[in-house]
Design a protein around this ligand. Structure first.
Ligand SMILES: *Cc1c(COP(=O)(O)O)cnc(C)c1O
Ligand SMILES: [Zn+2]
Length: 422
């Protein structure tokens, strides 16, 4: 077994270093799980090993295997996650008065960005001979873990707030996972999952405390760097819950620039709902941080983010910033993205669009800058949320008169050739 591309695990608080072969989640020098660890790589090994051409041809995130913290002998547990399209968005750009491209990560195998991290997690768990994986989740990480556990032949036991959208409670059970719906918040489900990990010794995927999981999220940064190398955007925009996603992407973007594969890095813009704004509040050094989450964007309904430090570092190092948007603005963004570009995002996936609008209004993003919005999740899992934005459906009887009641009577001038033949 060789994990020879990883140098060490380093505590983000005290700098203490740990052997990456140990199963250790957080630094024991701090109370609870505050001592988040950072994976430090040997970039000489990575640079020597990474020989794939940066030609935009990305079959899956395992193109960047040289960067991933998995043993050279491990067989990936994969459903071809990553390699998602970067789309021009001309009509959306008109609406937002700035040039926007969309990285559609809702196209990942379970419908969410989190598959990138999960594939790495389950690969590591299986290679280490573990047979039970667990996590706490607002819904998407659970569905993702369940899918990859099924793919890898592992048992999956997950903790989800009972109030999660129906689709996110059903999907993991279709993948054969045990789902325990916790009558409590995500934050309470999270604490319970930590206790369970301690008590039962199951492998915990939670990206904030498992230092390796954020590492899979770097591949969205690698892909973006590869896909935009001739036209690097000024801004990359993400929604933030625990803060792992934006931090992971930034690490990927930064390492590609440091290795000289691309010339520049974008600024990161982190977007949170006004009802779940703890990272935003910490970044702007508010004294009174609200730790109770209240937002319809369930995937980022996090009161006490586990990775505020890494997220704030990403914002700061990149020269970016954080802002908040209302739930109404998020719903408006969801239908705007759908209507202008045919991309159906869940609320947390559409929040970056609302963030771009707010950032334009406040002069954070200039009209002549370029932006990539990362859509992190598909809307198909949460139709109830979207229903609030589109309103009730129009019902009619199967009669042409009812159609006429909606569109008016058809003009007589229709030629015969436009009528279907019977
Ligand atoms: C988890 C998630 C996020 C936020 O990621 P964090 O690492 O918690 O900041 C954003 N969008 C979707 C769809 C998610 O599932
Ligand atoms: Zn420490």
């Amino acid at each position: 077994m060789a994990l020879d591309n990883v140098d060490t695990l380093e505590c983000t608080l005290c700098g203490e270093r740990y052997d990456p072969a140990q199963i250790i989640y957080t630094c024991p020098n701090h109370e609870g799980v505050a001592g988040i660890l950072e994976v430090k790589y040997d970039y000489d090994v990575i640079h020597d090993r990474f020989d794939a051409p940066l030609n935009g041809d990305i079959a899956s995130q395992w193109k960047y295997r040289a960067f991933l913290p998995v043993d050279t002998g491990a067989t990936p547990v994969t459903l071809d996650e990553g390699g998602t399209p970067l789309l021009d968005a001309p009509r959306l750009s008109d609406e937002l008065d700035v040039s926007v491209r969309v990285k559609n990560d809702g196209q990942n195998p379970t419908g969410c960005f989190k598959d990138r991290a999960t594939s790495v997690a389950v690969t590591k768990a299986r290679h280490a001979g573990r047979d039970v994986v667990t996590c706490a989740s607002t819904g998407n990480a659970a569905a993702s873990l369940a899918g990859y556990a099924a793919r890898g032949g592992l048992d999956c036991r997950i903790f989800v707030p009972a109030a999660a959208p129906e689709g996110k409670l059903v999907q993991p059970r279709v993948y054969g996972a045990d789902v325990l719906a916790v009558n409590g918040s995500y934050d309470e489900a999270y604490d319970l999952s930590l206790e369970v990990t301690d008590t039962y010794g199951w492998y915990n995927r939670n990206a904030a405390i498992n230092p390796f999981q954020i590492e899979g999220k770097r591949t969205v940064g690698h892909e973006l760097a590869e896909q935009t190398q001739d036209d690097i955007p000024d801004w990359v925009v993400f929604s933030m819950g625990d803060g792992c996603t934006i931090a992971g992407c930034w690490k990927g973007l930064r390492e590609f620039a440091e290795l000289g594969y691309v010339d520049e890095t974008p600024k990161m813009l982190g977007v949170q709902p006004t009802g779940a704004s703890a990272i935003h509040d910490a970044f702007h050094e508010y004294d009174d941080i609200d730790t109770v989450a209240d937002t319809l964007a369930d995937a980022v309904a996090v009161g006490r983010p586990r990775n505020t430090l890494k997220a704030c570092r990403a914002l700061e190092e990149s020269g970016g910033t954080a802002l908040t948007v209302t739930d109404d603005a998020i719903l408006e963004a969801e239908t705007l993205l759908g209507r202008t570009e045919g991309i159906y995002a869940e609320p947390a996936g559409a929040a970056p669009i609302a963030g771009i609008r707010a950032a334009r209004k406040r002069g954070i993003i200039d009209a002549d800058e370029t932006v990539v919005a990362v859509v992190t999740g598909s809307g198909l899992k949460d139709t109830a949320g979207a229903k609030q934005a589109v309103g009730p459906v129009t019902e009619i009887s199967p009669s042409i008169d009812d159609v006429a009641a909606v569109y008016g009577t058809a003009p007589d001038t229709l030629g015969d050739d436009t009528r279907p033949t019977r």
